[in-house]
Design a protein. Structure first.
Length: 393
């Protein structure tokens, strides 16, 4: 017995070239309603025509010969336009910021190990710091900027290109972070704290030049110093949120290296205090200079008496605690302030195992020596001998 059967064919429809990306991914016809198509409205998903247009634009341009031999799409996809696979690969490659990915890879595999010799802190910079960067574009930009400067240090022949990348990323980061600094919350305290720390390294990694005293230049306090002193505000505002949050491993590792008990004044600083107090007739200024010398005592005892390895926080925390009035004296080249800063150079010298700190102690001490009169030059004889700086005759 013969049975009449009919095969139902596929319903014909007109293909949409301008539908939203979500309908394209689901392979359904888009009604192209704006701003949200009916399909997306029904399913409660975001409708993105702009993204779809960008993808289509990338695909259509993938058949065009790259403008330069070093184009990322050429390197990743081979010969553009040779077949469908290479065209798709080319389109995908043009959506990737290859240079930025290189910087992020270098940070996690190399730069992250250069901030500390402590294994826990190395892991912190390698793992947690990029993760925090993904939550705050200004921190991520600072990571990329510092990685670029590290590559400039390692590859001198490509230094101008990497320094240019670093400048672009850090300038963009500053624009993003500055408004956040005025509105510190427990949620943004960790990325802002890291951004300040990274900005310190970025500034130190820049090429040395005459007239740059690290803390000030051309009678102006350095912008990075104003920024890092803001971390004191962050610590005051969100101390517990930082120490118990994503920065917990950093603070706990640092705590193990600290001297808990009070320590007597180091003899070298006691001698310096005596010289300074003999030269300062005004009680208020004597108090300012005395407090600055006292703030150096703990790291001096750590490295010179107990032979402990100094971390960057042990040295740069001095900059968070000195009075603003002392910084004003420094930028005006006041002799006593310059002498005290010369002793701080001994602490900076303890960090010269870091690539971004290399040469800073000698650079600063030589400029301090040139600014001081012969009478005050004798006061910095001890720092000169400790660092191994040879003054000009």
């Amino acid at each position: 017995m013969r049975t009449n059967t009919s095969v139902r064919g596929r319903r014909s429809h007109q293909k949409s070239r301008h539908g939203c990306q979500q309908c394209k991914l689901r392979k359904v016809k888009c009604g192209e309603e704006k701003p949200n198509c009916a399909n997306c409205t029904r399913h409660g998903v975001d409708c993105s025509y702009a993204h779809a247009a960008r993808i289509e634009g990338s695909s259509s341009s993938s058949c065009v010969q790259p403008t330069s031999p070093g184009d990322a799409s050429t390197m990743l996809s081979g010969s553009p336009g040779s077949d469908g696979h290479s065209q798709a690969a080319t389109a995908a490659a043009t959506d990737l910021a290859i240079a930025d990915l290189e910087l992020l890879h270098h940070f996690t595999t190399s730069t992250a190990y250069t901030f500390s010799r402590h294994p826990i802190l190395q892991s912190f910079w390698r793992v947690e710091v990029p993760q925090i960067g993904f939550t705050a574009p200004y921190t991520l930009r600072a990571i990329l900027a510092l990685s670029a400067l590290h590559l400039a240090h390692l590859r001198p022949d490509q230094s101008p290109s990497y320094i240019a990348q670093a400048t672009i990323h850090h300038d963009a980061a500053l624009k993003l972070a500055t408004p956040e600094m005025a509105n510190i919350t427990p949620d943004n305290s960790a990325p802002l704290f890291l951004f300040s720390a990274l900005s310190t390294f970025i500034w130190c990694a820049k090429p040395l030049k005459p007239g740059n005293f690290l803390l000030w230049e051309n009678h102006e306090i350095a912008s990075w110093l104003v920024l890092i002193r803001g971390t004191g505000t962050i610590l005051d505002f969100a101390d517990e949120a930082l120490k118990n949050g994503p920065l917990a491993s950093m603070f706990s590792a640092r705590a193990r290296n600290r001297i808990a008990e009070p320590v007597p004044q180091h003899q070298i600083l006691e001698n310096l205090r005596y010289l300074v107090m003999e030269d300062v007739p005004e009680p208020h200024m004597a108090q300012v200079y005395g407090s600055v010398i006292d703030e150096m005592n703990r790291p001096f005892v750590m490295c010179l008496e107990r032979n402990l390895r100094l971390e960057t926080a042990d040295v740069f925390s001095w900059l968070l605690r000195v009075p603003h009035e002392f910084l004003l004296l420094l930028k005006d080249y006041q002799p006593l302030a310059m002498v005290i800063f010369g002793y701080f150079c001994v602490l900076l010298h303890q960090l010269e195992w870091m690539w971004c700190m290399k040469g800073w102690s000698t650079h600063l001490l030589s400029q301090i020596y040139n600014k001081l009169s012969p009478a005050y030059r004798a006061w910095i004889r001890w720092p000169i001998e400790q660092i191994g700086f040879l003054p000009p005759r």
